[in-house]
Design a protein around this ligand. Structure first.
Ligand SMILES: *Cc1c(COP(=O)(O)O)cnc(C)c1O
Length: 420
């Protein structure tokens, strides 16, 4: 027997996607979901809403002081059309591979405002970066002579910033990327030694431009973010004393989180804006001419996207309802809880009935077609009663979706991405 209740639960993230006044159907980018699915021509698909992307950048600009540069870290969502759209809204694009670099350049990003971070950069990737004229955030001293050699060969400067592994962490982050031993960046205490190599390699085209500090990700605590920014600033200032040239770019990281789970609220930007204004004022005297950069992935795109899959089967197993869909973990590893989560929790999700009005609500599990119990998009969630042919929608799906998922696993068809 399945439980039937009267009212649908209110998931706050769905408020970004209004219901069609005439039919009551969920809309994405102004399209009724059934019409959008027909336009796409297949399920599963991801849809990203331009107006929400734009609104998010505008909100951020309004909350942060003018002059703070906003960079989009495109690993959160590398869909070329989306990167192109974002390139027109933000000040720069941060890439993590030569593959992403190509997408950013194709999108029309200004190479002067592109930076390239990431461990394990291959020599060929470093040469591509020099040829493109982008800023390389070096993660190890090994990259310096490789960059100098590329610079010599090409007759172009190699623009370099030092990515620092700070001696602190961003408290309460979903993923910590600093403090203690890490494969990212150069340990703060050894940075002066590495900066001294600029002297040895002088005249070989290395151009020092600044520091990059990235302390963590998915953080919803403004006080923790402010503290990390202050510590990052202080550390960069200390390191700048050993720098061979004035700091042009100081990338203070990002880490702004979005709410996924019940009880989580949107990040309060006001204290972060005030904090950055104070740091900016100090930088005017401490580091004249330096641009302060914030780099964000998830915060820009996460809430603007949905993943849509269709119910292929409805099964009741020992009293529990399973809505088996045509896509799952193979396209959306994050929503299945297998991309960095410690305890699995449901992303906000809903069933959108097709061809009927549905008033009944029941607890159902939305699963994908893979032969593993990990393929779970929603675990016993209260949703409108689902039937075969209905659409299942997972919200907060604009970041770390398709490109962060094992699409080839089990050989099901690929999903499609649309920007609407
Ligand atoms: C992953 C990453 C980002 C983006 O993180 P979000 O949590 O998506 O904002 C930014 N910078 C660096 C260096 C990263 O590795």
């Amino acid at each position: 027997m399945t439980e039937t209740k009267k009212t649908a639960p209110a998931h706050e993230p769905t408020s970004q996607f209004p219901l069609d006044p005439a039919t009551g159907e969920l809309t994405v980018g102004g399209h009724r979901l059934s019409v959008l699915a027909a336009r796409v021509g297949q399920t599963p698909f991801y849809a990203y809403d331009r107006s929400l992307l734009k609104a998010r950048v505008q909100q951020l600009r309004a909350a942060l002081p003018a002059g703070i540069e906003l960079h989009y870290a495109m690993k959160a969502n590398p869909m070329p059309a989306l990167v192109q759209f974002m390139a027109g809204l933000v000040d720069g694009i941060d890439v993590a591979s030569a593959g992403e670099l190509q997408v950013a350049l194709n999108a029309g990003a200004d190479p002067h405002e592109v930076s390239f971070a990431g461990p394990g950069k291959r020599d060929i990737e470093l040469e591509q970066a020099v040829a493109a004229g982008v800023l390389v955030n070096v993660e190890t001293a090994r990259e310096l002579p490789v960059l100098a050699a590329a610079s010599q060969r090409l007759g172009l400067p190699a623009r370099v910033a030092i990515r620092v592994n700070p001696d602190f962490e961003l408290k309460g982050s979903g993923m910590r990327m600093s403090g203690g031993p890490k494969q990212f960046g150069i340990d703060a205490e050894t940075v002066p030694e590495v900066l001294a190599q600029f002297g040895t390699l002088a005249g070989q085209g290395l151009q020092f431009e600044g520091f990059h500090l990235f302390a963590g990700s998915q953080n919803l605590k403004p006080e923790a973010i402010c503290e990390a920014q202050q510590k990052s600033y202080a550390l960069a200032l200390r390191l700048a004393e050993s720098a061979p040239a004035p700091v042009k770019f100081l990338n203070l990281g990002g880490g702004f989180g979005i709410p996924y789970f019940p009880g989580e609220a949107r990040l309060d930007l006001a204290p972060i804006g005030a904090n950055l204004a104070a740091l900016q004022a100090r930088a005017r005297t401490d580091l004249p001419g330096a641009k302060l950069v914030i780099e964000l992935g998830r915060y820009f795109v996460g809430e603007a996207g949905v993943y849509v899959t269709r119910v292929v089967d409805r099964k009741v197993s020992r009293g529990q309802v399973f809505l088996v869909c045509d896509g799952g973990l193979n396209h959306h590893l994050s929503a299945s809880g297998n991309f960095g989560q410690v305890l699995r929790k449901n992303y906000p999700a809903v069933i959108v009935p097709q061809g009927r009005r549905e008033t009944a609500v029941e607890a159902a599990s939305v699963v994908g077609p893979l032969c593993t119990p990990l393929d779970l998009l929603a675990d016993r969630m209260d949703m409108p009663r689902g039937e075969i042919g209905d659409l299942a929608v997972v919200f907060q799906s604009g970041a770390y979706g398709r490109s962060a998922s094992p699409e080839g696993f089990l050989g099901h068809p690929a999903c499609v991405e649309v920007l609407v």
